[in-house]
Write a new protein. Sequence first.
Length: 368
Amino acid sequence: MVERASTNGLQITQPYLDWRRLPKPILGLAPMDGVTDSACRHLQKKYGKPALVYTEFVAVERLQVGDWALLKDLHYDESQRPVIAQIYGHEPERFLWMAVFLCELGFDGIDINMGCPAASVVHRGSGAGLIRTPKLAQEIVRAARRGVELWRNGATVHDIPGLPAHLLAQVEARRNALSAPFQARRPVPVSVKTRIGYERPQAREWISRLLEAEPAAIAVHGRTLHQRYRGAADWEQIAAAAETARGSCTLVLGNGDVRNYEDAVQRAACYGLDGVLIGRGANGNPLVFRPDAEDLLAAEPHLLLRIALEHAQLHEETISKGHPPRFLPMRKHLGWYARGFPGASYLRRNLVQTSSAAEVEALLAPYI
């Protein structure tokens, strides 16, 4: 588990992440491309307190090409721990070296995306495309695990073939800024997030193949690749995945259409799961992870709008600082926050046209 110790009166999260010792059911924020950036994760963790958060997925190929934006996309702050870096691709060796890279950055876990249904990802054999190549999927998990072991045995960013100098320098700077416990060469678990099948549900067959590579956990989205996000998630197939993994060292979490805390807890119990990841249900509502959400909103009806303003301000301070066009992705979050009260549609139409935190604050002033 991720334990805590006191240093100079401050509570500091101590490594390492042990999936099997996390309180059950595990409730985590699902990774969502274009959504769960660092500012989003910070607010979700602060107000919702999910047990786990994941970065947006990052292509392993970006490491050797020296993508300048790579470290920006892998930014996190200490409040987000345990924080898991999610990566995708289709070449095992790249996963090995990316694992070393992520360990050097201090991540608590590494997750391999085998569920993205985007055509640009699948056509390269990555994401959910790996469901069709289970042997390659196994090799990728094992490669990432070998990368972690290399790092634990002393490998550093200097050992990564072809790593551009600017990335090497930035990683070293970030590693040196980590507190001592997170510089320690501790266990870093490798997990997988996937779907119940490619063209048809095949959870038992697919999950059994993944289990051979012994990932620490498998999060299963209850739709096939061909469904994308259409139709209802098939929780019977998720239950079949959990049953297949029973007795192994791998935990299984479900994902898809979860509405609130009670729903998540009930699904975990009903379908024999170790936990649940909440994705779209958390958009604009970090309180979805909390059993006292209704009480909090009853005491402060516009609490989510106050969080929305804080989110906009943090986004501007970190992600869009000095680059006003980068504020535009914040608009969708603002739209999600503004719902469920009289006048919400009017406010939402105005919020999704804002270009700065100051404009958001002016619109929200009458409510908060």
